[in-house]
Ligand binder design. Structure first.
Ligand code: FAD
Ligand code: EPU
Length: 338
């Protein structure tokens, strides 16, 4: 297996940060990965499993080995009365996989259209958008242990999915390489059009019969109007999670802003959109020269070109401090800091 040295990661992360990897290797099947994991260079150094690099902030050169997942292939692996079981290699591009499912009328992923990255990373933070998370359609995944090369199957329970959470970010962090993921998709679509402006967007299309393709188009239109295209402006989507806060804190915010958005989680807790907090604190559209806060979505930090990961990290720390002092809410970063 070919291990390269001193490779720039600029084209391998959507922030476009020009950090280097000491070692870099790609694998396109599980045997190739097993071979790489046995090599001395891999054993002796820290590993970074890389998909599309769309949820990473590189704050320094990576003094270890980057292992890039290029396992391709999508197949229909099972069927029952209600479902199709569709398995995808971890290196498939997520959006292309979603489009493949829509073309074949496998329903359930349409709300997750246009999320950057690879299929193998989708369970890491249980990706979600527009009222759907992958846990809603997840069946199982296969992963290889980085220490002994053993392959294990993980079912829904074992993945311990939560909001932007899974066992792979917690108890099993850095232990597994996700090889492939199987989704349980629907033969008869159940459309989720209640979230945000999907309904409005569909109304504009003036349709008699809404299909999963239409929902996907609506999601793509909304996303394209708010989120920066990483090919044009470096970013990693939402930089922070939406915080879940005790209801007293939310009520306190409402005393000063009676239209403050909030979504009840239970009787004691409310999820508050971090984008709203950041906008209210005056950060939206803030331009620091080479980097800043996106002007259409305050939750997205951007690299206009040439910023370092550290500059963006420092900006995120300033925002966290400011939100803490203004709202008594501690924001948590969603992006993985390397
Ligand atoms: P990477 O950034 O390459 O990796 C992310 C993490 O997963 C790293 O810790 C990495 O080591 C690990 N990892 C990657 N692949 C594997 C593997 N095969 N096995 C084990 N570990 C692995 N996310 C959402 O949830 N919802 C959104 O709506 C959304 N919108 C976005 C919009 C934009 C414009 C951007 C840039 C990002 C957005 N994201 C969103 C974040 C991101 O797209 C997702 O988190 C995506 O799943 C990351 O995939 P990736 O392949 O790029 O992962
Ligand atoms: N808002 C503002 N100002 C802003 C941005 C948002 O006031 O600049 C408020 C508005 O009240 C809006 C609410 O926040 O109604 C929610 O905004 P939006 O629908 O854009 O969603 P979000 O909460 O900011 C989350 C996810 C996104 C996902 C969208 C759509 C997180 C951390 N982010 O964003 O995921 O695409 O919902 O479902 O949960 C990602 O994880 O990278 C990501 C982009």
């Amino acid at each position: 297996m070919n291990i390269q040295e001193n490779i720039s990661l600029k084209n391998f992360n959507t922030f476009g940060i020009d950090a280097k990897a000491r070692y870099f290797a790609a694998f396109s099947n599980s045997d190739g990965l097993a071979e790489l994991l046995q090599q001395e260079t891999t054993k002796k150094h820290q590993r970074l499993i890389l998909g599309g690099g769309s949820n990473l902030l590189l704050t320094k050169n990576f003094d270890g080995i980057v292992l890039k997942n290029e396992i391709r292939g999508i197949s229909l692996t099972g069927e029952d009365e209600m479902h199709y079981y569709v398995t995808s290699g971890g290196g498939e591009i997520w959006h292309q996989f979603v489009m493949h499912c829509i073309e074949n009328n496998y329903a359930g992923l349409e709300n997750l259209s246009l999320i950057p990255g690879c299929v193998g990373a989708s369970p890491m933070q249980n990706i979600g958008a527009y009222g759907v998370e992958i846990k809603d359609v997840f069946h199982s995944l296969q992963a290889m242990n980085v220490h002994d090369g053993n392959i294990k199957s993980f079912g829904l329970e074992e993945c311990a999915f939560g909001y932007r959470e899974s066992v792979f970010k917690r108890k099993e962090k850095d232990q597994w390489v996700i090889l492939n993921v199987t989704f349980r998709l629907f033969k008869r679509p159940v459309l989720h059009t209640e979230y945000g402006s999907i309904g409005e967007e569909l109304d504009k299309m003036n349709l008699d019969n809404v299909t999963i393709k239409d929902v996907s188009r609506a999601v793509i239109n909304i996303r394209s109007s708010k989120l920066p295209d990483p090919l044009k402006i470096g970013n990693a989507g939402s930089f922070f999670k939406n915080p879940v806060v005790p209801i007293e804190i939310y009520r306190n915010i409402q005393l000063h802003h009676n239209n403050a958005p909030g979504y009840p989680i239970n009787e004691q807790e409310v999820k508050v959109p971090a984008g709203w907090l950041i906008e209210k604190a005056g950060w939206k559209g803030k331009n620091m020269g080479r980097y800043g806060v996106h002007d259409k979505q305050a939750l997205v930090l951007v690299n206009y070109g040439g910023a370092t990961g550290n500059e963006i990290y420092e900006l995120s720390s300033m925002i966290i401090e400011d939100i803490k002092s203004k709202f008594n809410i501690e924001l948590e970063r969603e992006v993985n800091i390397i």
